[in-house]
Design a protein around this ligand. Structure first.
Ligand code: PEP
Ligand code: MN
Length: 345
């Protein structure tokens, strides 16, 4: 595998000082570990769901970013949602732009930007749309290829859906790999920050992406993550990011395909265990609030028809071998006893 592409920087541009502190930290922390940053990223026009939420500094931040580009000799990448924003980026010589997941659901907006990008020298990163629609993602990339852009990259940032998950956005490695099959020449990056939503999952998601053969990572980093005006829970300090990157396993370092495959499967198991552990605790907390309602309304602790539904659901999803059936029977018994015990307390 060629050296992975690395993009990092704060979710949003908050001030000149915040951008410079983050860029400085990234340079020092990465350099110390022999790592190289390919693009410094930040949002200056953020499409926030709630009106009034902090949306980045806007045009005011462009000269600061131009300064970072020159001072640190690193191309800057910002999110755009309109052709006018592309013009402004050109005015300040910003080298790269990305199409965010919200804009990516609107083919007309993407086409307008693509048309405006014709004959210009931008690197364009196309994030997957919020919805798990491969055609829409493919179509958005084609719009940029059709106007002759050659420096196009794709970014998997997960999909918004309502299924129970510990992640903010559900990753679909299958859809991302399908995209790679369609466009083998286009670098495919993973944005584990927006998949995770919380910083503790970023390392394992990054490892999974690398094991699937992604060409790079886009990760949010902020000089003071807890004070960040957007996406505070998912940002890493430059030092945390560099440390995490230095612990990732890259395929080049692997000795055999078997070892490679083993690591991929282990990371997936680790990923599933993380989710199971969080979901089980969440389940127990819900049991506690159900217990309260039952106590207040004098309802029985054990409601057999309710429990039978749970058992049937597990059986429907069960593997068919005897060992698994035995395991799931014992597991459900334990789960049930434990819930009853909590409710009786
Ligand atoms: C971002 O990268 O800060 C961002 C808003 O991304 P997305 O469009 O993936 O939500
Ligand atoms: Mn963000």
């Amino acid at each position: 595998m060629a050296k992975p592409i690395l993009i990092a920087g704060p979710c949003a541009a908050e001030s000149k000082e915040q951008l410079l502190l983050t860029a400085n930290g990234l340079r020092d922390s990465l350099l110390r570990r022999g790592l190289h940053l390919d693009f410094f990223r930040t949002g200056i026009w953020k499409p926030r769901s709630k009106p009034g939420d902090f949306a980045g500094c806007g045009e005011e931040a462009l000269p600061w970013l131009q300064f970072i580009q020159q001072e640190y000799d690193i191309p800057v990448c910002v999110e755009i949602g309109t052709a006018e924003q592309l013009d402004l980026c050109e005015k300040y010589d910003i080298k790269a732009v990305w199409i965010g997941a919200r804009t990516a659901v609107n083919p007309m907006a993407v086409q307008e930007i693509a048309t405006a990008a014709r004959n210009r020298d931008f690197t364009v990163l196309v994030k997957n749309p919020m919805v798990a629609d491969l055609k829409l993602w493919v179509g958005n990339i084609e719009r940029f290829l059709n106007v002759g852009l050659t420096k196009v990259m794709a970014v998997h940032r997960g999909f918004a859906d309502s299924s129970e998950s510990v992640y903010r956005n559900r990753p679909s490695w299958e859809i991302a790999i399908d995209l790679k099959v369609r466009f083998p020449q286009i670098p495919l990056l993973c944005d584990p920050s927006h998949i995770a939503g919380q910083r503790q999952y970023i390392a394992q998601l990054s490892q999974i992406a690398l094991d699937y053969g992604f060409d790079g990572l886009m990760i949010e980093s902020h000089c003071q993550p807890d004070q960040a005006l957007s996406d505070a829970a998912q940002q890493l300090t430059p030092e945390e990011l560099a440390q995490m990157l230095s612990e990732l396993k890259f395929k080049d370092a692997m000795t055999s395909p078997a070892e490679n495959e083993l690591r991929k499967q282990r990371t997936q198991i680790h990923n599933i265990d993380t989710q199971l552990s969080v979901l089980l605790s969440k389940r127990m907390k819900i049991v506690d609030s159900i217990a309260k309602i039952k106590a207040e309304h004098n309802l029985p602790v054990v409601q057999p028809e309710q429990w039978n539904k749970v058992v049937r659901m597990y059986q429907d999803n069960s593997l068919q071998d005897d060992d698994y059936q035995e395991f799931i029977t014992e597991f459900l018994e334990l789960l049930h006893q434990s819930s009853i015990k909590r409710q009786r307390k």
